[in-house]
Each structure stands twice: as C-alpha cells, then as structure tokens.
Design a binder for this molecule. Structure first.
Ligand SMILES: [Fe+2]
Length: 362
C-alpha cells in the first residue's frame, strides 16, 4: 500500500487568493541578436534544433514560459540545415523574423519569408529547413508551458511517422467547424446524459497547418489605415484557423494577430485575462502596463500584458507593425476570458455573453 497521503488544507472563511501579476518586460533587440549569434555559433546539434527559450524571471519549472502558459522559443538554422522530424501534443505558432526557409508539417509544404506565420497542429510531424543564404530565425510560441505544468507534454521523434490513428471507431469525416447540437439523452430538467461510446469518440475536427504569408496579410492590413483617426477599435487581423471555431484562434490555445498602428495612435486602457506577448517589427512606441511605462522599437519582444493587468499601447511618429500572441482561445474554451474594453464600462465573459462593438460602420 502506498505511503502517500493527501492532506486537508483548511480554507474555511478564507478570502480568495489575490491575483499576482508577472511584471511586463521588454526583451530588447540587442539581447535577441546576441542570443541568435550564440545559437548560430554552436556546433550542429544531433536533432538539428538550435533553440533557446525566452523565459520570464518569475517563471518556474516545469514549463518555464514568457507568460505563465506561453512558451516562447528563439530558433535558428544556418543555411543548409534541417531539423529532424518531431511531433508533440503542444500546438505552436511560428513567426519568421529573419531569413527564409521551408516547413513541412504533416505533408504540407510551407515556403516562408520574414513575418510569415504558420501553425503546427497537435502530433503533426514536422521539419524545418533553411534553404536560403542567410541565417534563419523564428520565434515559436507554444502551449508547452501549460502542458508541462499539467505533466502531460508528450514529445517524440517522428522519423517517418504517419499520424497515428489507433482503432478509429467512427467513419465520420473531420469537419471544418466544431459546432453541433448535443447528441445526448435529455433529462427533463435541461441537463443531458452522454454514453461512453460518445465520450470516447468526440466528433473529429480536421486540424491543418495553415500559412499566412506576410505579403498577403500586409496588403489587407494596410487597407485598415483608411479607418481614420476617429476609429475606436484596433487595426488588426486575427490570423484565423477555422478549426478553432467559436474560440477565434490560430491554434486551439492562442490567437496571433498582426496589427498596424498608424503614427500617434494611443489605445484606451483596457484589460483581459488572456496574457499577451508582442513582437514589434516596424516603428517605435510605448506601453503602460499596471502603471509601469515601457519604451519599445522594432526588433523588441515584449511580455505586454499579464492576465487581467490594465494596459495600453501607443505609437510614436512612424507606423508600427506588431505580431501579438494571446492565450485567448484557451480562455474562451475554459469560460475564463474576462474582457473589459473600457475601464468605466462592463466586464464581459467573452464567448459566453455578448462582447463589445467599435464605432466602425457595419
Ligand atoms: Fe490588450
């Protein structure tokens, strides 16, 4: 018999634990460049991956992230190098910040250039190659931090791997959208019962690698400047993956948005329980996060919003482009995405109740 014994922790009459914030911080371009140089100078590793995590000083093992649930890796490949195939149950967003290359994700080939984005689904075998002449640098954002905290991050080599499909029960083809009526036995009080057979065979939704080339995204993004000075929303596009359905994601955990900030645009202070990480790739500006002010410029990475911390961002005298990663789809799935667009206005549980509107004409 095990010697392990659970303990009882008395919380009778105890107040709720306060939220503690990891402070926002900027990782300046100079430090990123220095680490790129260090990775590029290493002898070629056996698995081909020259990689360093960018870790917040408050992070703890397991799952050291730049935000509590977001792993950020700086990945470098020298010309001619290729990573060995791997797969894992974390999902990721890749963002090329220098050079070019080719990703092969579960049979989908993606040729990428600076500021291109693509996603890697769960357990999809993938390799990355640098077939260009310059050093290739990528920022890779994943939910590995959270899975490691849950002790469930499965990572394995995928040499010649096909997607495993053990004892596929149903012959239901994956569908692009996840919405459906409950196929369950209604009780007269509005609750339902579901059989074990349904429990172990949820309807599959096809999860594919999608590619958002910067060339195509930029053309659409630049049109948003026409919204003008008085527009009260954000000039951005979500790089949307239809597999994420109602949670509006790029992966099932994160959304990636690319924003253009025309010169001298100041956001209203706001907050959301999703954490945010920004990478600025043009322009300069400032952010105020929980009362602390930060300056940033192109090439800087920033942990720009701790969950539920009040923040706003502003551009200076030139246009800013930025990629933002937030763990918003995860929070929508958990029904924990509180969002407050205006600090004098209401808080909404996004995904469960009506959200917000801008002053943009329909
Ligand atoms: Fe925000």
């Amino acid at each position: 018999m095990s010697e392990l014994r659970a303990r009882f922790v008395d919380r009778t009459g105890a107040p709720a634990a306060p939220i503690t914030f990891w402070p926002a911080l900027v990782i300046p371009r100079s430090r990123i460049d220095e680490e790129i140089g260090r990775l590029a100078a290493l002898p070629a590793p056996a698995d081909g991956r020259r990689s360093a995590l960018i870790v917040h000083p408050c992070a703890q093992e397991p799952g050291p992230g730049l935000a509590p649930g977001i792993t950020v890796a700086l990945n470098v490949l020298r010309p001619g190098e290729r990573t060995r195939p791997v797969r894992h149950n974390s999902t990721q967003v890749d963002f090329c910040i220098r050079g070019s290359g080719r990703a092969e994700v579960a049979g989908t080939a993606i040729g990428f250039a600076p500021y291109d984005v693509w996603n890697t689904p769960s357990m999809a075998p993938y390799t990355i190659a640098n077939d260009g002449d310059d050093l290739q640098v990528r920022l890779t954002y994943s939910n590995a931090a959270l899975l490691e905290k849950l002790n469930i991050h499965v990572v394995e080599p995928a040499e010649g791997a096909a997607r495993s499909a053990p004892e596929r029960g149903g012959d239901v083809a994956p569908e692009p959208h996840a919405t459906r009526e409950p196929e369950a036995l209604p009780l007269e009080n509005g609750a339902y019962l579901m059989t074990y057979e349904q429990l172990i065979n949820p309807r599959p939704v096809e999860s594919r690698a999608l590619h958002w080339p910067w060339k195509l995204v930029k053309a659409r993004l630049d049109e948003l400047v026409a919204l003008g000075k008085d527009y009260r929303g954000r000039r951005l596009y979500l790089l949307f993956n239809p597999a994420t359905g109602r949670t509006n994601g790029t992966t099932h955990s994160f959304f990636a948005t690319i924003t253009i900030r025309p010169p001298n645009i100041v956001d209203r202070p706001h907050r959301h329980t999703s954490a945010a990480i920004n990478y600025y790739f043009a322009g300069r500006g400032r952010s105020t996060v929980e009362g602390q002010r930060f300056e940033w410029a192109a090439g800087d990475l920033m942990f720009s919003a701790p969950g539920w911390g009040v923040h706003n961002h502003a551009s200076y005298d030139e246009p800013v482009y930025e990629l933002t990663i937030q763990d918003s789809p995860l929070n929508i799935a958990m029904e924990s995405l509180l969002w407050q667009e205006d600090l004098k206005g209401p808080v909404a549980v996004l995904g469960s109740e009506a959200g917000f509107r801008t002053n943009r004409a329909a």
